[in-house]
Design a protein around this ligand. Structure first.
Ligand code: NDP
Length: 286
C-alpha cells in the first residue's frame, strides 16, 4: 500500500512539474539523535524517489531558539519549499510549541500547527493530517475494512497519533463514521474497554503490552508502537517490537499489522502525499 501511495504521489508530482511547479519538502533536524537521523535520511531519500525537491537542514544541538525561529521564517517564505517539518524531539532548551506555532500552517505538512489541528477536527479538506494516523486510515480503507458504524478503540492520546486518529475516525467521511473511544494511562480496567473494539489502534510505546485476552476474536488490530527490546541473539543486540504481542494476538484478530513493516511503512508515504497536497493547494491560491 505504501508503495502504491508513493506511485500515486510520483504521478501527482510529474503533473505539477509539467505545470512548472516542483513540490519541495524541507526537513530540519536539530542535534544528533540517532533515530531522528535515520528518519530524516529516509524522508529525504523518499522525496527524491518521487521527483520532489528535497532539502535536509542539519543544525547543531547548541542551536538557539532564536536561530531556529529565523530558519522557520526563511522556510515559511521560500518559494521552492511547499512543506517542511521540524523533526521532534527538539533539544530541551528550545520551546517546541513556540517553534511549531511559527510554522506557516499552509506549509505544515506534519499537521501539528493548531490551525491544522482545528481544520482536521471540523472536517476542512485543506487540513494536513498527521502522517501516522493518516496512514492507519488509508490502510483500513485500502484493505476494505469498514469503519462506518464500527467501534474504534484507540489506546494512547498523543497529539501525534491518538488524538488525530480519533478525529479522523469521527469524521462523516470515508474512513470515518466510527464510534470512538480513546484510552490512556489513567483509563480504568483497560482490557474491558479494548475487548469492545471492532478496530483497535494501539500507540503507547510499551513493548507487547496488548495481549490476546485484551482483544475480541475477529477484531482488527493496528499496532503503531515501535520499541527496541534487548535481544542477545540479534547482531545489533536488540530487535524491534510493537505495542501488541503479535503472535498470540494474530491468532484471534481478523487482521493485524506487523512491526516492523506495518504502520511505519505508511508514515513517510503519507508525508509525501501531504507535501504534494501543499504544492497543489499553493498553486490553487496563486
Ligand atoms: P507518547 O509517549 O506521546 O504517548 C503515549 C500515550 O500512551 C499516552 O497518551 C499515554 O497516556 C498512553 N499510555 C502509556 N502507557 C499506557 C498504559 N499502560 N495504558 C494505557 N495508555 C498508556 O507516544 P506517541 O503517541 O508519540 O507514540 C506511541 C508509540 O508509537 C511509540 O512506540 C512510538 O515509537 C510509535 N510511533 C510510531 C510511528 C510510526 O510511524 N509507526 C510514528 C509515531 C509514533 P498518558 O497520556 O496518560 O500519559
Amino acid at each position: 500500500m505504501a508503495q502504491a501511495i508513493r506511485q500515486e504521489v510520483a504521478k501527482g508530482v510529474a503533473e505539477c512539474v509539467s505545470r512548472g511547479v516542483q513540490p519541495g519538502l524541507a526537513v530540519v533536524l536539530v542535534g544528533a539523535d540517532a533515530a531522528s537521523q535515520l528518519y530524516v535520511n529516509s524522508k529525504g531519500k523518499a522525496c527524491l524517489e518521487v521527483g520532489m525537491h528535497s532539502e535536509t537542514i542539519r543544525l547543531p544541538t547548541e542551536t538557539t531558539e532564536t536561530e531556529l525561529l529565523a530558519l522557520v521564517d526563511r522556510l515559511n517564505t521560500d518559494p521552492a519549499i511547499h512543506g517542511f517539518l521540524i523533526q521532534l524531539p527538539l533539544p530541551k532548551h528550545i520551546d517546541e510549541s513556540r517553534v511549531l506555532l511559527r510554522i506557516n500552517p499552509e506549509k505544515d505538512v506534519d499537521g501539528f500547527h493548531p490551525v491544522n489541528v482545528g481544520k482536521l477536527v471540523v472536517g476542512n479538506p485543506t487540513a494536513f493530517r498527521p502522517a501516522t494516523p493518516y496512514g492507519v486510515q488509508q490502510m483500513l480503507i485500502r484493505a476494505g475494512i469498514e469503519s462506518k458504524g464500527a467501534h474504534a478503540v484507540i489506546v494512547g492520546r498523543s497529539n501525534i497519533v491518538g488524538k488525530p486518529m480519533a478525529s479522523m475516525f469521527l469524521q462523516d467521511a470515508p474512513g470515518g463514521n466510527a464510534t470512538v473511544t480513546v484510552c490512556h494511562s489513567r483509563s480504568r480496567d483497560l482490557p474491558s474497554i479494548t475487548r469492545l473494539a471492532d478496530i483497535l489502534v494501539v500507540a503507547i510505546g510499551k513493548p507487547e503490552f496488548v495481549t490476546r485476552d485484551m482483544v475480541r476474536p475477529g477484531a482488527v488490530v493496528i499496532d503503531v508502537g515501535i520499541n527496541r527490546v534487548p535481544d542477545a541473539g540479534n547482531a545489533k543486540g536488540y530487535r524491534i517490537v510493537g505495542d501488541v504481542a503479535y503472535g498470540p494476538v494474530a491468532e484471534v484478530a481478523s487482521a493485524i499489522t506487523p512491526v516492523p513493516g506495518g504502520v511505519g511503512k505508511m508514515t513517510i508515504a503519507m508525508l509525501l502525499l501531504n507535501t504534494l497536497q501543499a504544492a497543489q493547494q499553493s498553486r490553487l491560491s496563486v
